[in-house]
Structure formats: C-alpha cells, structure tokens
Design a protein around this ligand. Sequence first.
Ligand SMILES: Nc1nc2c(c(=O)[nH]1)N[C@H]1C(S)=C(S)[C@@H](COP(=O)(O)O)O[C@H]1N2
Ligand SMILES: [Mo]
Length: 314
Amino acid sequence: MADRPVITSSELTPRSLYLRRREFVAGAVSAGLIGTMAPLASALAAPLQFVKSPLSTSEPPTPRKDVTTYNNFYEFGADKGDPAQNAHTLTTKPWTVKIDGLVGKPADYDLDDLIKDAALEERIYRMRCVEGWSMVIPWVGVPLADILKRVEPQGSAKYVAFETLVRPKEMPGQRGLFQPLPWPYVEGLRLDEAMHPLTILAVGLYGETLLNQNGAPIRLVVPWKYGFKSIKSIVRIRLTEEQPPVSWNLQNPREYGFYSNVNPKVDHPRWSQATERRIGESGLFVKRRETLMFNGYGDQVASLYAGMDLKANY
Ligand SMILES: Nc1nc2c(c(=O)[nH]1)N[C@H]1C(S)=C(S)[C@@H](COP(=O)(O)O)O[C@H]1N2
Ligand SMILES: [Mo]
C-alpha cells in the first residue's frame, strides 16, 4: 500500500488540478502524514465527464473552497473544519455498495460497475442545512431512480434505506470516547421521493470526483430536504416495506423527523427556520435570505406531500 505512487505520470491532468495536488501532497509531507500516503492518494479529486442538466439553478455556486472545508461529517469529527482535516484517512477504492431488500437483483455492486453505464450529469442545487446556512453546489451524479430501476424494485417496496460505512480505523469520530451518533449513520426516503428526478447519487462536485469530506465515493443529494438527509460514503441501499430508522431522529426524535423537508413555517424546537445565511457571502451588510418552502423546489415536489400535515410529519 505504502509504495503506491501518489501521482502517476500516465495521468492526464489539467495543470491547475496538478498544481493543487502538488500543494496537497506537499502539505501532507510537511504535516508528517507521509506514512499514510495510500489513503491520501485515494482522497485526491480526479476530473469527471458529464453533461449539464436543465434541472440546475442559475444562482452562482458557493466557492469550492467553502464547499470542501465547511462540512458536517460526524464520522470525522463534530466541528465544521474536522472532515477536511481528517477525512483523508478514508480509503475509497475499491468500494462496494450492497443493494438488497425488496429488489429483483440484490447484489454487492462494485461502484465502478454500478455507475459505468450511467450518464453523469452536473446538477447545480441549492442546499439548506438545518442549522440555518445554505450553499449552492455544482454536484456531478446520476439520478437515484436510474440505479433503482436497474435493481428492479418489487411491488411491496415502499421505502429506501441508506447506510454509511463503519470503519473506526479510518474514521476517528467513530472511535472517540464521545460518540455523537449511533453508527452506522442511516437515512431513508419514501420510494416516491427516492424515484423523483431531482434525487441524485453524487460522485463529484465542481467537475471532479468527491473529496472524502463531501462523502466520497458516493453520497445522496436531496435538494428539497435539510442537508443531513444527504447521507455520505454509502455502503448499503435497502428497499423495505416499513419506514426505516434515520440517524438524527434516533439521536433526538423531538427535533428531527423522518421527512425533514425544508420548511420556513415549521421551526426547529430551538430556533427559527424562516431565514438562512448563504455561505461565502460574508460582511457586515449581507442580509440573511428568506428560506423557501421545499428549499425553492416546491413546483417539482409539493405534489409528493399533497394532503399531508407537514407540521406533524416534520
Ligand atoms: N455519513 C454522514 N453523512 C452526512 C453527515 C454525517 O455526519 N455523516 N452530515 C450531514 C449533514 S448535517 C450535512 S449538512 C451534509 C453536509 O454535506 P457537505 O459537507 O457535502 O456540504 O452531509 C450530511 N451527510
Ligand atoms: Mo446539516
């Protein structure tokens, strides 16, 4: 492992990316991380090929620097800067996603096989965290529906359950004395939410493969729900008849429900959800923005919840 080269000469890499890699490697060397070169290698971003999707917002994307250094990923620590500091220890190759439960083709799918026939799309989405901040992120991914159709959901399937990797050796947040969440991190969607064209499995952002802190090698993105629904580093997708447990609801059921749709009219018990701060917009005179119902995606998704009490189903 340790003798795997970090940069191979056969790689055709744009100069800016190459320079960034050099900085990254140099930083790692000076930080005394040279002994963990192989995990480091897997944490480097590589260019992706994709088409641009008409489902993107025209709002300006949040600077890449913010998107990759201001993160929640409790497996690597509870502070926003921890994932960017710590997540390089995660090895993401090879990567297997188990897809099972109520499907016609259950299997352990190698990630490369799973997405090799899929056309990658760039989807620039508004993302709204439950804590009150938001970003605009140029994801690269595939519609989750494309993957689910391939494995042939059975008629009885009503929900999709997702699980993150448990690997304490590579995830410092899973081995401390204080464990903020039960592991694995789990999430779930109703099957119709999972099949909605806006729901994607992302493998990249800003045109490159995901950095570990953003959920490499594959993570969920559901732009009309609070950020925590977007589970990272997925190892299992299971179709079920019963509503699956979800991490933040397990941790604090009074504050976090199964649906977690962005809703300015339903406050978190400890703070208002009416407004948000757009990350990257700093300064004294920057106003908080009004949070939009379903994070502004209501035209596309409101019909999924017709007739439902969204206060009771928070
Ligand atoms: N496995 C896992 N997935 C996770 C989290 C986490 O702690 N563990 N945090 C969630 C939260 S609270 C947010 S806001 C988003 C942040 O994604 P980003 O860092 O790519 O912006 O990831 C979500 N996915
Ligand atoms: Mo979040």
